[in-house]
Design a protein around this ligand. Structure first.
Ligand SMILES: Nc1ncnc2c1ncn2[C@@H]1O[C@H](COP(=O)(O)OP(=O)(O)OP(=O)(O)O)[C@@H](O)[C@H]1O
Length: 640
């Protein structure tokens, strides 16, 4: 949750740093509120200002009432003289109450808007940062804590208004006290010090504890969630995992409880010390007041007002310290949000760039080397790779697990940039190309394609979110992948919700999802189609249908990058690239690769034979063209 981001801030949290940083923090919240709803902000600010002024007038009027009431004379006369001031007190209280309710309404309207604006502010940016940033651990940490920032920005509105009110009321009370007698002002400050000290100490301790315990708390929550997670549910039952999870959940929760108990004990002790100190300072204040009265330096009416002003002022000051404390706490997270936005701006996918050639005849990887950012061993996922992809052809990428096939496809799609070498679209370096246009030319069915928790319709239409999703277009895409049968079998057809755990939600099988995923990529209708293990979950017939369709796409001029472990299915590829540990070890047509032998080249032939033998189909190497093998070799090449 990113608490550790604030480690330094917690420790330097003291009155001085709070006071120096506060104006800037309040200003940034006000700017956010102004963007969210300037009218509501004006309401709230006006109402808070008015409340403070009404309170100040009320206090001065109380002083007048006391002066009249305590002046020697007959009771009726004194009361009559005090009546106008009494009316002012009542009017000030009424206005104050009205303004307070106006402020409550305004704050209630403003808060959710501030939350939305703050959330949108980072969501918009994060959705457009480079993939590399999303996978970066540091960026993720920032993202975690910044998510709290939007909620904190919302809460800061309330704390800001409380701080404004408390400050105005305090100024009023201090002003009245200064007029009554100068000695009362430092006494007010001294009276408030104990509670300021205790609330700061308790808050500081709490933050340090959060920082220390946050991983523990998250892990505990994770264990709890696993027990109710729908994906984990079958294994939890069949493998009887729940006693194990529950035991660990309890142990972690109990350790956390001990920390809470420790904090509560310390808070009680600090509170007691502060109360004792507060009692002494209060006694000192009232003794001073008594001495002033006794020595004749202050008359009774003034002393009465002073008591009220001291009580009001100390309550305001205490409130102010507590609210500032909260404000400071929240502002740490808002500061994270601002930092995230700055960092996201720095890592945004660049806009503009050179337009891609209208007619691309080839995409060429020229000596490309790529290492994933943050890789500890520094081993490149791709090393000196040369691949040529003529458009309108089927290019197959094969190789063992982790050999770099998906990485190559991601570079092609523009999700990463090579560290060395170039990816040339005709002669244009993709690094200089307009990335939006590049994305536009590509459709992907990744291995782990996303299962959107929406209806079947949206799951396919989202392949082209900006285009109208006419049912005829969706049907064409669905027929292409065999998803038409899946959709027909759904209780509400295209409008069936494909999300478990929601009302009306329907669960489909892995293979059915795969058909939906392929239909989505088809619906995108891009010039280049990247299919990464498109048939891993399909039955034999569906698999054959998909490969037939892929071939027909190429016949229509679409470029297909086919990544698969089912080597039999690549026999119709125009070119096959074999990757091993990030390097291209051999390439050629199926027939050429099957003719190769030896230790280096010949890898494809070896892998193919291993797969075929597993299915007692070794002889099928000699079998002439069978359109696309019905469920022939399915083993994972990693087994080789
Ligand atoms: N996002 C990532 N961050 C860091 N390393 C990664 C990432 N994705 C892949 N790798 C590493 O890069 C190497 C190549 O992975 P890649 O996914 O390209 O292999 P692959 O040939 O597609 O494997 P498979 O057949 O299992 O799908 C592997 O060593 C893998 O651990």
């Amino acid at each position: 949750m990113g608490w550790n981001q604030h480690h330094g801030s917690f420790l330097e949290m003291n009155l001085r740093s709070m006071v120096t940083r506060m104006p800037g923090l309040i200003a940034s919240t006000i700017r956010l509120a102004h963007r969210a709803d300037p009218r509501a902000l004006r309401w709230v600010a006006g109402a808070e200002l008015g409340t403070g002024i009404a309170k100040a007038i009320g206090l001065i009027a109380v002083n007048q009432v006391l002066v009249h009431v305590l002046t020697p004379g007959d009771t009726a006369g004194r009361l009559t003289a005090a009546t106008p001031a009494l009316l002012v007190v009542a009017l000030a209280a009424l206005i104050s109450a009205l303004l307070r309710s106006l402020s409550t309404a305004g704050t209630g309207r403003l808060e959710p808007k501030v939350f939305r604006v703050a959330t949108e502010q980072y969501l918009e940016r994060v959705a457009h940062v480079e993939l590399e940033a999303v996978e970066d651990e540091e960026f993720h940490k920032l993202l975690d804590s910044a998510q709290w920032g939007a909620e904190s920005a919302r809460r800061m509105i309330k704390f800001c208004t409380s701080v404004v009110t408390a400050t105005i009321s305090l100024i009023a009370a201090a002003g009245v006290l200064a007029v009554l007698h100068w000695t009362l002002l430092p006494l007010l400050a001294v009276m408030t010090l104990p509670s300021a000290w205790s609330s700061l100490t308790i808050a500081r301790r709490r933050y340090i504890s959060f920082h220390t315990w946050v991983q523990h708390a998250r892990a505990g929550q994770l264990l709890g969630r696993l027990l109710i997670d729908t994906d984990a549910a079958p294994e939890v039952r069949v493998h009887n995992v729940s006693p194990f999870l529950l035991r660990h959940y309890r142990t972690m929760a109990e350790t956390g409880e001990k920390e809470q108990t420790r904090l509560a004990g310390l808070a009680a002790r600090t509170g007691l010390i502060a109360s004792g100190w507060s009692g002494l300072t209060t006694a000192a204040t009232y003794t001073t007041l008594g001495l002033l009265l006794w020595s004749g330096a202050m008359d009774l009416a003034v002393a009465g007002t002073a008591v009220i002003a001291i009580r009001t002022g100390s309550a305001n000051l205490e409130g102010l310290v507590v609210q500032l404390n909260y404000l400071y706490e929240e502002s740490l997270f808002v500061a994270d949000l601002n930092r995230l936005c700055d960092e996201a701006d720095r890592r945004l996918i660049p806009t503009g760039g050179s337009p891609l050639p209208e007619k691309v005849h080839s995409i060429r990887f020229d000596n490309v080397t790529f290492t994933y950012p943050g890789t500890t061993d520094g081993v490149p996922a791709l090393k000196d790779v040369d691949v040529t992809i003529p458009t309108g052809k089927i290019i197959a990428l094969v190789g063992n697990n982790g050999s770099g096939k998906s990485t190559l496809a991601k570079l092609l799609c523009g999700l990463y940039a090579p560290d060395q070498g170039k990816i040339l679209w005709n002669d244009l370096d993709a690094a200089e190309a307009d990335r939006a246009e590049l994305f536009d030319r590509v459709a992907v069915v990744a291995q782990d394609f996303f299962r959107w928790p929406f209806t079947a319709r949206i799951n396919v239409a989202i392949g082209r979110p900006e285009a109208p999703s006419a049912e005829s277009l969706l049907n064409t895409a669905a027929q292409y992948s065999g998803a038409d049968e899946t959709v027909a079998s759904l209780p509400r057809g295209w409008d069936t919700l494909l999300a478990r755990g929601y009302k009306g939600g329907h669960q489909i099988s892995g293979g059915q999802w795969q058909r939906i995923g392929i239909a989505r990529a088809r619906h995108r209708d891009a010039q280049i189609l990247v299919v990464d293990e498109p048939t891993s979950a399909l039955d034999a017939e569906a698999e054959q249908r998909v490969f037939d369709q892929i071939r027909s796409l190429a016949a229509e001029g679409q470029t297909v990058i086919l990544i698969t472990h089912r080597l039999h299915s690549v026999r119709h590829a125009d070119e096959i690239y074999v990757l091993d540990h990030g390097r291209v070890t051999e390439h050629g047509t199926f027939d050429a690769l099957m003719r190769a032998d030896g230790d280096g080249p010949g890898q494809f032939r070896r892998m193919y034979k291993v797969q075929s033998e597993q299915y007692h189909l070794a002889e099928s190497v000699e079998l002439p063209t069978q359109a696309v093998g019905p469920r022939a070799p399915v083993a994972d090449t990693s087994s080789s």
